[in-house]
Write a protein that binds this ligand. Structure first.
Ligand code: ADP
Ligand code: MG
Length: 223
């Protein structure tokens, strides 16, 4: 049986990682692959006690996993996990995260990062270390707006430096405002990084169901 494994990392926070990770999980669930999903660190739960990203992922994957295995560390502060952990005096164990993710060995899995690719998880580790430790190909989500040429190049350089496989890059327009860079970002990047797969860019789509359908269509190219 073919298995599909992805770590959905961002060039930044708020770029569309959860949307992409949920669409991937839904696609895998539809293919009866019973995907494991993980959002090992979730911060910014000031308004509620439920980790919203982890909950959405769990649901997209078919609700078969317990929320506690999806999300190990939850923080109230809207800060990177390392900083929130320090503030809330609840340090995370990177080894425990790896042990939990190892449960999915040999199976399809989707892991959502926290913040951007090099956001600190603790004093020693970043999201990139998870990809490296588990040999997970990264699906890099980038904001389709002015600034993305730099952010995407920085992340691709960091991934290459660590010898982490790049499954693909997806430019997503997560904000309604149009900006003229959106006409050229995709072409520029795909012509510059010719050894990297750039999926067709995702436009801004306000309606949830329509957005999910469009995302699934684009991501099905990776199956
Ligand atoms: N292509 C898109 N069109 C419209 N809204 C989007 C799109 N991609 C993401 N969003 C919205 O942008 C916000 C941030 O996306 P999210 O997936 O939560 O980002 P991240 O997980 O990287 O922080 C969410 O409100 C999400 O619904
Ligand atoms: Mg998210």
């Amino acid at each position: 049986m073919t298995v599909h494994r992805f770590l959905v990392a961002g060039t930044d926070t708020g770029v569309g990682k959860t949307e992409v990770a949920c669409a991937l999980a839904a696609l895998l669930a539809e293919r009866q692959e019973r995907p494991w999903v993980f959002k090992p660190y979730e911060s910014g739960m000031e308004q509620s006690n439920v980790p919203a990203d982890a909950q959405a992922l769990r649901q997209a994957a078919g609700n078969w996993q317990s929320l506690d295995t999806v999300c190990l560390y939850r923080y109230r502060a809207p800060l990177s996990p390392a900083v929130a952990a320090k503030l809330e005096r609840r340090p995370a164990s990177f080894r425990r995260v790896l042990r939990t993710l190892h449960q999915a060995e040999g199976a399809s899995m989707v892991v959502e990062g926290a913040g951007g690719l090099l956001s600190p998880l603790d004093g020693q580790h970043t999201i990139a270390d998870i990809a490296q430790a588990l040999r997970l190909p990264v699906l890099l989500v980038a904001r389709n707006a002015l600034g993305t040429l730099n952010h995407t190049a920085l992340c691709l350089e960091a991934l290459r430096h660590r010898r982490i496989k790049v499954a693909a890059v997806l430019l997503s327009q997560s904000a309604a405002q149009a900006d003229i860079s959106q006409k050229t970002n995709h072409r520029w990047l795909s012509q510059t990084f010719t050894n990297v797969t750039f999926l067709p860019p995702m436009p801004f789509i306000d309606a949830h169901q329509k957005r999910l359908t469009a995302l699934k269509r684009v991501l099905s190219r990776l199956m």
